[in-house]
Design a protein around this ligand. Structure first.
Ligand SMILES: Nc1ncnc2c1ncn2[C@@H]1O[C@H](COP(=O)(O)OP(=O)(O)OP(=O)(O)O)[C@@H](O)[C@H]1O
Ligand SMILES: [Mg+2]
Length: 323
């Protein structure tokens, strides 16, 4: 299958000015997304999901740097591109939407203006650009009048749809959605997910969907990659993950889902705390929270092994690739 995004052994470090020391945050992230395929990157707060997305967009913060790896977007390594090349690629090959649309929309320009300004094709006339804006507004379920509205005149769900219009106006191959529904109520969130499904079909899009809520994506994406402390610990088909989670962390994420326990019970969360990158546990970073912990888990980091066709990082499944 043709790969739209191929992330290989990506390592990203944070520079800490005081000590001039570096802390590795992304520790060899690997996944790929095929044409028209969708992958959800799932994990608790701080696991490195947004950083992964930002690296793909060539938008790492100043204090972060790539130490290793390749990020092939439509076959070209974005890590080798100049700032100008990145600007040309951004939006055209990959578009991105975020959790808080209000903080990305400019309050003094209309929705239409902001979509118009995002168009990168300089060969289009003003009239053609305007037509493209109206078309993309219709694609996200609006009528033409939204073009002239200011962000404060729009609801959260409508603002997110304007962000989707901006992300899609250049017809990208990949859409990255970073917790796009977290700030919305349940019904509006469901509407955004439905819209994304339709747009994937219409635009032939590939999707990287980031969320901490595995239940949100289990019936919607093709693949799920579970992230823990800067590594992908399990990656396979979404249905497989839900039916037969292999990694103890994935198992816990699923066991904590509201539909898995009776109403009236307290909301469950995974015991223990999310690890601190500056002070990671030895061995497998999940071992202090793991019910299956063995001696080796405290000493060594588990390699990736393949079990039932699933790639997983856990000593429960052995120590090498052959199974
Ligand atoms: N600009 C930054 N400066 C310093 N540390 C950062 C910066 N951005 C992210 N980090 C750290 O890197 C780690 C991963 O952050 P990231 O934002 O990728 O997490 P996330 O999985 O997206 O979490 P969330 O679900 O809360 O959005 C966190 O420990 C975070 O504190
Ligand atoms: Mg994030």
């Amino acid at each position: 299958m043709e790969k739209v995004l191929d992330v290989r052994e990506l390592k990203v470090a944070l520079r800490r000015d005081v000590h001039r020391s570096e802390t590795e945050i992304l520790k060899g992230v690997e996944f790929s997304i095929g044409k028209k395929e969708s992958l959800a990157l799932v994990g608790e707060s701080g696991s490195g999901k947004t950083l992964t997305a930002m690296t793909v967009m060539g938008l790492l913060p100043e204090n972060m740097s790539v130490k290793k790896g390749e990020v092939l977007l439509c076959g070209r390594d974005i890590l080798k591109m100049s700032q100008q090349e990145l600007r040309d690629v951004r939006g055209v090959k990959a578009g991105m939407i975020f959790q808080e649309p209000s903080s990305y929309l400019n309050p003094v320009f209309t929705a239409g203006n902001q979509i118009f300004e995002a168009i990168k094709d300089t060969s289009l006339s003003v009239k053609e650009k305007k037509k493209r804006c109206i078309d993309v507004l219709k694609d996200v379920g609006f009528t033409e009048d939204i073009y002239y509205r200011y962000p404060h005149q729009l609801s959260g769900g409508q603002q997110q749809r304007v962000m989707i219009a901006i992300a899609l106006v250049n017809n990208p191959s990949l859409l990255i959605a970073d917790e796009p529904t977290t700030a919305l109520d349940v019904t509006t969130a469901a509407g955004i997910i439905e819209l994304l499904k339709i747009l994937m079909e219409r635009y032939g899009l590939s999707l990287l969907f980031i969320t901490h809520d595995i239940s949100l994506v289990s019936n919607f994406v093709d693949k799920i990659a579970v992230m823990y402390a800067g590594r992908i610990v399990e990656i396979t088909d979404a249905k497989m993950t839900m039916d037969m989670p292999l990694h103890p962390y994935t198992e816990k994420l699923i066991a904590c889902l509201p539909e898995r326990y009776n109403s009236g019970e307290k909301i469950k969360t995974i015991e223990g705390s999310v690890p601190d990158f500056h002070n990671l546990p030895s061995g497998c970073p999940f071992h202090p929270r793991c019910p299956y912990v063995m001696e080796i888990c405290r000493k060594s980091e588990p390699p990736v092994v393949k079990k039932y066709g699933i790639l997983v990082r856990c000593f429960k499944y052995g120590m090498s690739m052959e199974t």
